[in-house]
Ligand binder design. Structure first.
Ligand SMILES: Cc1cc2nc3c(=O)[nH]c(=O)nc-3n(C[C@H](O)[C@H](O)[C@H](O)COP(=O)(O)O)c2cc1C
Length: 243
């Protein structure tokens, strides 16, 4: 299996989300080839909207930057993981720039219209890129994932089709920064590792697994203590045990 991981957090290796992605990948079988691209460290310029990739330069982008190597890595991978924090209910800007620059890999829109609202509106050129599996791993700051992700989920459904991707949304991302929450975090990461095993085996995650991983890692009260310290510098609160 060849896996390409896009780390779309500006925090690089200190990203909360990439720690979750690392646990997910630790459930993949030995011998899995993994390549990681740190999106914020890469030279990925915004799409110019010239449509050259759907016209005279069919399938190719005219911008000469790191995307040229990335197109090759996308083509040769069978599983692509997008790992990023939730920013304003969507993906961070550099991740969006990368997404826009994937237009050359998509079939051009030719005026046809679909009545299937669950289909992808930006289908990959599968004859050139092969069948791919897409996984989205995202963490957010809020105590629950469900109310935070409807806009991103809709966007992903329009891009990949309703059943064309697997999403793993994790609440309370900021507690990855605090040692006091280590026990709860390790329990969570162990569930994520099991989810990685399940995904490598079945190519999907059960609803039960996705629900399990969307649950709060700490009780909302415990999480509030942590965020209070972070935002209001109330250090003394950390001496109290967390639930
Ligand atoms: C600019 C910005 C916007 C954010 N928007 C949201 C948001 O809409 N909802 C939310 O729950 N968390 C939001 N967050 C919090 C991050 O999603 C959260 O801290 C995440 O775990 C960071 O992950 P990372 O370490 O992988 O970058 C935002 C953070 C930043 C910096």
């Amino acid at each position: 299996m060849k896996v390409l991981v896009f780390n779309g957090s500006p925090r690089g290796e200190r990203s909360n989300t990439i720690q979750i992605t690392g646990a997910f990948l630790s459930g993949f079988p030995e011998g899995t080839e993994i390549r990681q691209v740190d999106v914020y460290r890469s030279d990925i310029r915004p799409c110019r909207g010239c449509f050259s990739c759907w016209g005279k330069n069919e399938g190719h982008c005219v911008i000469d930057d790191d995307m040229q190597a990335i197109y090759g890595w996308i083509r040769e991978s069978d599983t692509i993981i997008f790992s990023f924090p939730l920013y304003f209910f969507g993906m961070p800007s550099q991740m969006k720039a990368l997404t826009d620059r994937c237009l050359p890999l998509m079939i051009p829109y030719d005026g046809d219209f679909t009545t299937d609202e669950n289909a992808s509106f930006h289908e990959f050129r599968k004859s050139e890129t092969g069948e791919k599996r897409f996984v989205i791993i995202s963490s957010c700051g809020y105590v629950k994932a469900a109310p935070m992700y409807p806009a991103l989920t809709k966007q992903l459904e329009l891009i990949f089709g309703e059943h064309g991707f697997t999403a793993l949304y994790c609440p309370e991302g900021e507690l990855f920064l605090f040692d006091q929450a280590r026990r709860q975090r390790e329990g969570y990461l162990s569930d994520v590792r099991n989810a990685g095993e399940e995904y490598a085996r079945n190519g999907s995650l059960s609803e039960e697994t996705r629900q399990k991983l969307a649950r709060p890692i700490l009780s909302p009260k415990g999480f509030q203590k942590i965020t209070a310290v972070r935002w209001a510098d109330k250090q003394k609160m950390l001496r109290e045990p967390l639930e």
